[in-house]
Structure formats: C-alpha cells, structure tokens
Design a protein. Structure first.
Lengths: 450, 480
C-alpha cells in the first residue's frame, strides 16, 4: 500500500518503521529537517520536507496516489487540516492524532465525520488507559482486552518463587482442567517463541496468556499473586500531573483506588485539585522521597510514574520500589529505555507510541481484523479476527488445516461462548478468533483467514 | 467618593419610595380607616425631598464601588426614615423611634414588632407594614435596577452590595434583566401563595399580607397570634412550604421554572439546606414527643413550622417554643445563626457561608496531617475562589464581633442575658422573635429607646450583610 505519514515524532517514526518493514511504500512529511533525515537514514522511507497542511507539499509527497494518510503531528489543527486536504484529494483512509476533547467527545460539534477523518487516535489517553488497566491487574506487565473486554491478553513475568517455574507446558496442561487459559508465547532473552508441549517455563521468562475475564481471580490465585487481601481499597501513587497523569488518576478514582497524585508545579496542583474529586494532590518533586514516604508510598500497592521525562520516571520508580512499593509502572517514551527498564526492576513500562500504533496498524490490516495489539519489546501482534462466511476454513477441524507456523490461536469465541482451542475445534462463520502471531507470520495469518 | 452622584441616586430612590407609599391608599379608602391622609402626606414629603436632591445634584459620572456601598446603606436608611412617616402621621405609632424600628424591621424583613395589639391597627397601615417587607425581601435596590434606567452602568456594584450571599449570580448578561427575572420569580411565587392561602379560607387582605411577608421571610402578621390565629393545618403547611422556598436561592427557582429542575439536586447548598431543615425538624419532633404534643402529626406540624420559620429567618409563630424542652430552644437558637441560602430572601450568616466555613476548617485539619497536599475548598464540583473564602472568614469574624458588641450594649441597657443575646441575633439575622422577654409571644415594645436604636442598626447590618455598611466607618472611604 501507498502510505503517507505526516509528522516524524515518536509515533510517526514508529509507524514508519513498522509499515516499511511490512513492505508498504511509506512517505514521511515533516517540517523539521533533522527529524526527517534521521528517519530517512535509518528507515526505508522517502522523506519530504515541508508543512503537511500545505497542498503543495502534499502533492509533492504524492498524495494523489496515497491509499492511507496518517497525520500524527503534535498539533490537532494541523492533523485535521491534513485530513481535510486528503479528503479533497480522494484518499480512501484518513487517520488523525487528536488530543482535544472538543473533537473527541461523542457530542462534538466538529465530529470526525464532518472533518473527514476515519480514525481519531489519542496516544496520551490510550497510554493512560493502559496504565490504569495495568494498575488494576496485579502481577501483569501487559494487558490488552478483546471481544468487548471478555477475553484478556495478559503478560506475566516469572520470578524464582513462581509456582509455574520449571513446569513444562504439558504439565501445565494437566492443571488446566481447573484453570482455563492458554499460554501463547514466552519471551526469553529478548526472543519471542511460541511454546510447544515440552518447552519449560523458566525463571526470568515473560509469559503471555489468553483467558476469559471470569477466570482471572482463579489465575491470579494459581500464580500466587495476592490480589490485596488487605482491608479496604488499593492505594496508588501517580507521579506527574500532566494530561496522562490526570487521566490515570480519574480512571483509578472510578475503580475506587485511594489515589495520590504528585506534581511539582503549584499552579498545576491547584488545577488538578479542582478537576479531581477524591484524589489527594501533593505538591512535591518526584525525587523528594521523604515527602512520598510521609504520604505512605512504602505501603502503596502501585506507583505510576507518568512525567514527561523518561529518566525521572524510571529513577523514581526504582526509588519507590526500593522503599517497598509493591509494583511500579513507568511511562517511557524512548525505545532504547523500553527494554532496559524491566531488567532494572520496574514492573512494567508503557509507551504512548505503541498504544497509538496498535490502533493505527489495525487499519492497515485486511478487512476482517477487528482489533489488534502490539507487544512491547517484540514485533509480534495479537489479532482479533472474524471468520467470514465464505471462508474456506469453515467447518473443518483445525488439525486438518495448515495453520501458519509462527502463529497460534489463543481463544475462540463462538456466539459468546469462550472455547480453548484444540485440534478438534471447527471454526464457524461469525466466530471471533484471537491469534498471536510473530512478525514473519503476520501476512500468512491474514491470508489464512481470507 | 462622589457625593454629588450619591445624592442624585438617593433622590431617585426617594421618588420611587413616594410611589410605593401610595399603594396602601386604595385600601385605606375601601376599609375607610382614615389612613389615606397620612400616606399622601408622607408621599409628598418623600417626593419633595427626593425631587430636591435629584434636581439639585447633577452628575454625569459613573457609579463606582464606593458610591455603590454609600447608595445602598443610605438608601435603606432613608427608606426606613421616610417609610416610618405614615405610622407617625396617622397616630398609630406616636413615637418616631418606635415607628423607625418597626419600618426598619419591615424593610430588612426582620419581623420584630413593637406593636402590642396588631389587630387594632388600621388595615392600610398593616398592608404598608407587609409591603415594606415584600419590597425589602428581594431588595429595593434590585427592584430599582429593574425599573430605573439611570442605574444601568455600575449597577452590578449595587446588586452585589444588596444581594445576600458570598457571591451574586448573574442570570443574564445585562444586570437589569437579571433584576427583572429575580423580581418576576418573586412575584410569581407570591401570587401562587396568595391563591393557595385563599383556598384555605383566608380573606384576600390577610392572604396578600401573609404572602408578602412569607416570600420576604419577614414574619409580620395581621393577627396578634400570628399564623396560629387561623388554627388550620392546611394553612400551616402552605406557609411552611413557602417559607422553605423563600429561603432557597432564587436563581434556582428561575432555572426550575425554565425546566431545569435537576439543578436543585446538583446544588450543594440547597441539599445542605434541605438536610438541615429535615434533621432539625426530626430532632425537634423527637424531643417534643410525648411532652407537649400527643399526636405525631400535630407534633410534626408544629415542629416543622417553627424550625423552618426560624431557620429561614421568617419568624412566624404557631407555637410558643419557650414552652418546649431546653434542647429544642438550643437547636432553634443555633439555626438562627445559619439562616437561608445565598441569593434567597432569608437572613443570617447563610447556608453557603456556614458550609464553606466547615469545609475550610476540614481542609485546615487535613493540611496538618498532609502538609504538602494541595486541596481546594469546593462547592459542588467547582473550587471556591480564595478571595471569596477570605471574605467569608472576614464576614464570620465581623458577624460574631457585632453580635458580641451589640449584646453587650443591650445588657448594659438593662436586659437580662438570654433576652439581650436573643434580641440581637433575632435582629442581626433578620428573624424577628427571640427568647426571654422578646420571645415568640412577646414583643419589643418594652425595650428602651437606645436599645431599639441598637437593634435597628443590627437589622440594617444583617440585611446588608455587614460589609456594605461597615466600610462606611473607614475614614479612607470618604477621602477622594
């Protein structure tokens, strides 16, 4: 496909990387020559220097031939203008990064239909929601929800005291009678493998599972992750009262957490205090650990670092972990840090670009992909696919089909019933299938379901 | 201070009062009570003085904050002075100090009276008493704003100086329109009450008098026994309902009439006010159980009436609460300080201020435990401006200061302790009846003249919420 991306920031760069790797023709437009050159040098894309909201630049970038336009600059107005332009040029799919509630809210006067935008993404809100989801799922470092939240895709780290340690998947399968879930992938030393029956789970692994949301308490119990047997609500600390911090605080308030939000700007503190209902807003530097200890960070269930600064986030997370906070989650924007943080002891790192990219990449996939998620630190994807009526795979047992290597079916949802797939299962038209796929198998999986 | 402009506006206000003084004249003719002459004479004097001021002082200047305070304070004083004339001229109240007390009690919607036999008064003068309360309830200056075009510029100063509560709501961009809307709602509710009271068997004359004084949370009655004279549960409940409504912010009534009834439930002050009324009634009912009233419904009827009457600072009576248990009296005295909602016709400290004071105290306590936490005082979901919070703290200090000073003076004049304190809070909160020698079945006739003047000043301070009057005491206010 011919893809035009406007804005060479974190999100834009990541999209270029992914899409060019998948073999699409990508053209990148940015006003900043340095950013543009950096992308051109490292990635297989064409860079055009200029303003994305100008028709001249866009014609130069080949907007007439483009199949998809993605406007992901920091400015809402520029992104909207790019999409309006793209509509005039007859581009089929138009995607814009928009942060203002003026455009995002359901009753917006200038709705996305009127602006000619097919998909509006908001990386900040998406990452805030992801942080809140992680905060609510003890023990996980990655969470994604599918089929309207029914099926959960969860990532766990295996420590030396984990009961799963040194078990083979076959042995795990024997206790699966009680616990209905599927291990679809193991990440070990930066490599992702799809495990077979004789593979063992080892210390330091990260495992990814699919499970129905109703099975979660049982699974948490099995993994000996004690979902707060303490009395009362869970206690959360949030560092940084920016857009992301505010949204996380709101989300956690709704889930009845005791929230403390730490922000260093006194004026911003007052604004936050006005906007939030139950959250306690604290005026302090994140590294001022005494203030945090006075406020009880040592007993906190989760510490979420969401400032704009990666170093601050990672350092403060480590500091709190050192003082006894149960879990620490950190917002990390720079890709180089993403892989580093877990080995230091931060429980999970989340990056805005991945959250945004997940939503965007879905659009590039073929029509029957309903939603998808990307996995941190690996280029694997989780796809939610609807089985089409005229598909050749319908009503044949799975073992008789040649399912692509490097991919695995994690769950089948048949008319609201959740099934753990095995070789005897037959797919029916309208079923939702959840597939975990390594990057090299992506294209094959898409073809398989066509 | 622009004295020329102040004088000119005061002149205009007096001309306006002259018109108001003519309203009871038709009643004087109908009832043949001989009061018409007194009203004509008073109207001529008011018009003469007003006309003189208005024509002699010419000023093109705009109204500033300072003139706003002066106009409102002196305006109200002039109203009471000139409004007292019919009582004196007709001979109904021979002493001018008494007449001044009675009129100020009227305009400030206090409802304290020096009359020992109300039913002996000519009907036209009774109507004038009630009318002063009705005009004072929603505010004479606010009414003038709605009617007089000359007060357009700088009208917000006058509006803020007169409307009770820590902040004044602006319903429309133009202040005149806001004033018209508020008065419109006020008239509508008054008419509704007149009709409902007449349906309960009251005469038109009594209905209109009582509706005037209920909606103003005033409390003047045409009967010696107040509302108890009708001995009707229906009338008691209607009056209770309208007293309660009059104690609510009129902006909320306006929004409700526009179909936004849900705003009542989203207004924290209203919810707190309702809660106070309910809890107060419940406690008084429990304490009165089995001692005074035998039936539950009689108990509820009388308890609810007294609680709402005192809390909204109306001051009607259907029972002598001095016969109730001491704890009940304590609760009533306590509610005297609270008063109605901001933007209502009720007096007192106001529910919003009390609510915010407690929230402020809570935040202070909280900050002792969490010194670095940032927490704002909020009303509803909106944070309260720091300036507003400070003015509330100042108001509370002044209110208590005035209360202590005035009750000291009353004690010095020779009143006993409970009566002195109750007389001051009854006038300062614009309620009417107090305790002891000024209780619900007594009156203020026996208070010596200096004491009456002190209480009169308390009424003015209470109605104009202290600041408006007390700024005039500062010498720097008068400098150019």
């Amino acid at each position: 496909m011919n893809i035009l991306i406007v804005g060479a920031g974190q999100v834009g760069y990541f999209l270029c990387e992914r899409l060019s790797m998948e073999g699409h023709e990508v053209t990148l437009v940015d006003r900043d020559l340095d950013n543009l050159n950096a992308a051109q040098d490292r990635l297989n894309v064409l860079g055009i220097h200029g303003n994305g909201a100008s028709a001249e630049t866009m014609e130069q970038a080949g907007i007439k031939q483009a199949d998809i336009v993605m406007a992901v600059t920091d400015l809402d107005e520029v992104n909207i203008l790019v999409c309006l332009l793209a509509r005039e040029y007859g581009v089929n799919k138009r995607i814009a990064r928009v942060t203002s509630i003026d455009y995002l809210s359901r009753g917006a006067v200038l709705s996305k239909d009127k602006l000619g935008i097919d998909l509006m993404i908001n990386p900040d809100d998406a990452v805030a929601d992801e942080l809140s989801n992680l905060a609510g799922r003890a023990g996980t470092f990655d969470v994604a929800e599918f089929v309207g939240g029914e099926i959960q895709f969860l990532g766990y780290r295996i420590s030396s005291d984990s009961p799963l340690c040194d078990l083979t998947l076959k042995e795990l399968g024997e206790i699966r009678g009680m616990y209905r879930f599927v291990v679809v992938a193991i990440m070990r030393h930066g490599q992702t493998i799809i495990p077979r029956g004789d593979d063992t789970i080892q210390v330091g692994d990260s495992i990814f599972i699919f499970a129905h949301k109703e099975e979660l308490p049982a699974i948490q119990y099995m993994l000996q992750i004690h979902e707060e047997t303490k009395r009362g609500a869970q206690k959360a600390f949030i560092l940084g009262g920016g857009r992301i911090g505010l949204r996380v605080a709101r989300n956690l308030e709704e889930r009845n957490f005791h929230v403390r939000l730490v922000e260093r700007d006194p004026v911003r503190c007052e604004k936050l205090s006005a906007k939030l209902k139950k959250t306690m807003v604290i005026h302090a530097e994140g590294t001022d650990i005494r203030v945090l200890l006075d406020e009880g960070v040592a007993n906190a269930d989760v510490f979420i670092a969401a400032t704009e600064n990666d170093e601050t986030n990672i350092l403060c997370s480590l500091l709190c972990k050192h003082h006894g906070t149960q879990r620490t989650l950190s917002l990390v924007t720079r890709p180089e840090f993403l892989d580093l943080a877990p080995s230091l002891g931060v429980d999970a790192c989340v990056s805005p670009r991945l959250s945004a990219a997940g939503a965007i990449l879905k659009f590039v996939r073929r029509g029957n992909v309903i939603s998808m998620a990307t996995i941190e630190g690996s280029n694997s994807e989780v796809l939610e696919i609807e089985v089409k009526r005229d598909s050749a795979i319908v009503n044949t047992p799975l073992k008789e089909l040649s399912f692509p290597r490097g991919a695995i079916i994690g769950a089948i949802v048949h008319e609201k019933n959740y099934e753990i797939p095995d070789g005897e299962n037959c797919l029916k038209a309208g079923d939702r299938v959840l597939v975990f796929a390594l990057p090299e198998a992506l294209a094959k999986v898409e073809r398989f379901f066509e | 201070m622009n004295i020329t402009l102040t004088m000119r506006i005061l002149g205009a206000l007096l001309l306006f009062l002259a018109i108001a003084l003519l309203v009871p004249v038709p009643f004087a003719w109908i009832y043949g009570d001989g009061g018409a002459g007194a009203f004509f004479l008073a109207a001529i004097i008011a018009a003469g003085c007003g006309g003189l001021l208005f024509s002699q002082f010419q000023s093109e200047a705009d109204l500033s904050v300072r003139e706003g305070f002066a106009v409102v304070t002196f305006g109200w004083t002039f109203f009471a002075l000139f409004g007292a004339l019919p009582f004196v001229f007709s001979g109904a109240i021979p002493s001018f100090v008494d007449a001044f007390f009675e009129t100020m009690s009227g305009f400030t919607t206090t409802g304290s009276t020096i009359l020992t036999d109300i039913e002996a008064m000519p009907p036209s003068l009774l109507l004038w008493r009630s009318l002063t309360q009705w005009l004072g309830g929603m505010g004479i200056i606010v009414l003038s704003l709605a009617i007089l075009p000359m007060l357009g510029v700088g009208g917000m100063q006058l509006f803020k100086a007169e409307v009770p509560g820590p902040t004044a709501d602006r319903l429309k961009p133009r202040i005149q329109d806001t004033a018209k809307l508020l008065w419109g709602v006020y008239v509508l509710l008054t008419v509704a009450e007149v009709l409902l009271l007449m349906a309960g068997g009251m005469s038109f004359f009594d209905g209109i008098n009582h509706a005037f004084t209920t909606m103003a949370t005033g409390g003047f009655s045409t009967r010696n026994a107040s509302i108890a004279a009708y001995d009707s549960a229906y009338i008691d409940w209607i009056v209770t309902l309208f007293m309660f409504l009059a104690g609510v912010n009129f902006s909320l009534h306006y929004l409700a009439l526009r179909g936004r009834i849900g705003d009542f439930l989203r207004n924290e002050e209203f919810l707190f006010y309702t809660g106070l009324a309910l809890v107060g009634t419940l406690l008084v009912v429990l304490l009165n159980m089995g001692t005074i009233y035998n039936g539950f419904f009689d108990n509820l009827r009388f308890s609810a009436f007294q609680v709402v009457s005192i809390m909204t600072t109306t001051g009607f009576g259907t029972a002598d609460y001095e016969l109730w248990p001491v704890l009940c009296q304590y609760l009533l005295v306590f509610s005297m300080f609270i008063g109605g909602c901001a933007g209502s016709t009720g007096g007192g400290i106001k529910v919003a201020r009390i609510l915010l004071l407690f929230k402020h105290a809570q935040v202070q306590l909280f900050r002792l435990i969490h010194p670095r936490a940032v927490r704002l005082v909020k009303l509803g979901d909106r944070p309260v401006d720091k300036d507003v919070m400070q003015s509330i703290l100042g108001f509370f200090a002044l209110f208590m200061g005035v209360f202590v000073a005035a009750s000291f003076l009353m004690a010095a004049i020779g009143m006993d302790l409970p009566s002195a304190g109750a007389a001051v809070i009854a006038t300062l909160s614009n309620i009417g009846p107090g305790l002891g020698s000024v209780g619900p079945v007594d009156n203020f006739a026996h208070v010596p003249a200096p004491g009456k003047l002190v209480l009169t000043f308390c009424m003015l301070l209470g109605r104009l919420e202290l600041f408006t009057v007390l700024v005039l005491v500062f010498p720097s206010f008068w400098r150019k």
